[in-house]
Design a protein around this ligand. Structure first.
Ligand SMILES: [Zn+2]
Length: 178
């Protein structure tokens, strides 16, 4: 699906739940997820605007059932970590020296090894800091119609995700072309 997405993902790229049910139930119970449109694709729930914090002064947010409205997709569980990236992938920061690498040729693969051109540190692409432009994981929550840095998960949503999964979550912004 094309568009701009806020993607939530567990910080540990190899972690995945045994089943999505506990996560889905928790997200439904706090009003984050609304009606299921198709397998894994939901309308925003009744409490969505209290759970996702929009940072602009008067963002245009379309909620409800219509085609153009914001949707929430639960993607996964994948057998192995996937590297989710968009058209606006940024050059990553080295986990060792914190300097920014030259931008690697996209698309980056989850198992790909990168080498820092500053300190020589080598490691899996998932271990580098993609500055909120990519995510590595086996399960993702993709919220549509969110431009870069336009919204962040609120504290109640972050708490819910952590409690339902036992994992800390992070977020990034991905622009998909097609
Ligand atoms: Zn380095």
């Amino acid at each position: 699906m094309a568009g701009h997405f806020l993607v939530l993902y567990p910080k540990n790229p190899v972690w995945a739940p045994a089943s999505l049910a506990p996560l889905l139930n928790a997200l439904k119970s706090i009003g984050f997820l609304g009606a299921e449109r198709s397998a894994g694709l939901y309308s925003a729930g009744p409490e969505y605007l209290g759970l996702v914090t929009y940072l602009g002064c008067s963002p245009q947010i379309a909620l409800g059932e219509n085609e153009a409205a914001t949707t929430i997709r639960i993607a996964g569980i994948f057998d192995a970590p996937r590297f989710v990236q968009g058209a606006a992938l940024k050059p990553p920061r080295c986990p060792q020296c914190r300097k920014t690498l030259d931008k690697p040729a996209a698309p980056v693969e989850a198992g790909e090894n990168l080498r820092c051109n500053h300190c020589g540190h080598g490691g899996n692409a998932c271990d580098f800091d993609w500055r909120s432009s990519a995510a590595c994981g086996r399960v993702f929550i993709e919220i549509s119609n969110v431009f870069e840095s336009e919204a962040v998960p609120g504290e109640a949503l972050a708490d819910c995700l952590r409690e339902a999964s036992g994992e800390a979550w992070d977020c990034c912004y991905v622009r998909k072309a097609g």
